[in-house]
Design a protein around this ligand. Structure first.
Ligand code: TMP
Ligand code: ASP
Length: 253
């Protein structure tokens, strides 16, 4: 079989050249990293779960009219996506204080915020993805004011959709990160949601118990990451049938 051209390899995914111009194949790895890759592990089955979960969220976003890069799932670990020009910013939306916001502002984790807050971080591993202001974004030319307005609007729409989907599964969407890319339709530029949406890039707490069901389980050594992601997938009804972690044997009395 002809070898595919690798376009990019990140910490959790690999991008290969796609079958048609303007497409890419996104491969989900089992690698988990945190704190700028200072902490690493391989979590068997994570890539399979995240491929399915990202497909589920992106398809749902498209169904409510939020444009994104997803075209179709190819197999257990790969999906076909539209090639975009990634804007070098992580767009974070927070509904409740947690993580770096709690540290920075001295807010107890779980404190409800007065309204959803959108933050931008520069995508630069060497600098540890620093928080930047809209002033930085426009002054350094990472995105225009129009792009920023469109990004905030996209991010808030994603937040509304994701919060609702999660709540229906008994999960509170505390915060999440998305990446946004430009696509060109002739001379007309549009911004669409890209990268992935999965428990790697969200904070997800059980509504009743507050149990963490996201990558904080790995960051903070709280238990099995694959069990947490499997639980999210199970509640959303998106469990692939042949993942070994998916179904635990149950004792029949
Ligand atoms: P933070 O509280 O560490 O700033 O994270 C905010 C949200 O962004 C949280 O849901 C985790 C997600 N996130 C990523 O997806 N990638 C990253 O590199 C970081 C730092 C956070
Ligand atoms: N994704 C980042 C890393 O791998 C940080 C994080 O998610 O905590 O280092």
């Amino acid at each position: 079989m002809a070898r595919r051209k690798k376009i990019y390899e990140g910490k959790a995914k690999i991008l290969y050249e796609g079958p048609e111009p303007g497409t890419l194949v996104q491969y989900f790895k089992d690698d988990a990293t945190a704190f700028n890759a200072e902490k690493r592990a391989t979590v068997e089955g994570k890539g399979v779960l995240n491929n399915r979960l990202s497909e589920f969220f992106m398809k749902g976003l498209a169904q409510v009219g939020i444009p994104n890069h997803f075209l179709k799932r190819l197999n257990m670990r790969e999906q076909l996506i539209r090639q975009v020009e990634i804007i070098p910013l992580e767009v974070i939306v927070r509904n409740f204080a947690a993580g770096s916001m709690s540290t920075r502002l001295g807010l107890a984790e779980g404190t409800a915020l007065p309204r959803p807050i959108v933050e931008f971080c520069l995508k630069d591993d060497k600098l540890g993805d620093p928080l930047v202001s809209e002033e930085h974004v426009t002054a350094f030319g990472w995105a225009s004011q129009q792009d920023l307005d469109d990004m905030v609007s996209l991010a808030l729409r994603v937040n509304d959709f994701m919060s609702g989907v999660m709540l229906a599964a008994g999960i509170k969407l505390v915060d999440f990160k998305i990446e946004i890319g430009r696509v060109w339709d002739n001379d007309f530029q549009r911004l669409i949601v890209a990268d992935e949406i999965s428990p790697d890039s969200c904070r997800l707490w059980d509504v009743e118990t507050g149990q963490k069901l996201d990558k904080d389980v790995f960051r903070r050594d709280l238990g099995s990451l694959s069990d947490a992601y499997t639980e999210v997938a199970r509640r959303l009804g998106v469990l692939p049938s042949n993942v070994t972690h998916a179904a635990k044997p149950t004792l029949i009395n």
